[in-house]
Design a protein. Sequence first.
Length: 113
Amino acid sequence: MVRPRRILIANEPRAYRDVLAAALQALRPQVQALVVEPSDLDDLVERLAPDLVICSRASETVRVRAGAWVLLCPDEEERAMVALGGRCREVTRLDLAGMLGLIDALGDIPSMS
């Protein structure tokens, strides 16, 4: 049995996490969107081996162990850093459609589990 793609959402502020998770779950019901506290992120990355992490701080654990990651609003700027398929790039104004595109691209990347 294939598990759904797992996304950990740990960006700040909390309200943004909740809204993003609800939108992703509604628009991509085949994924498992889990809202987590940023302070718990490293432990959960180790335990759950997520396919994607969305966060405000990409620790070494996230950078090495997550299948892919998105760093939202670093330094309060309107940009994001996206690591997907072993490549990292800067994206300006990553919106919901762009986030959905990243999730869809996970299908082309082998699962971490």
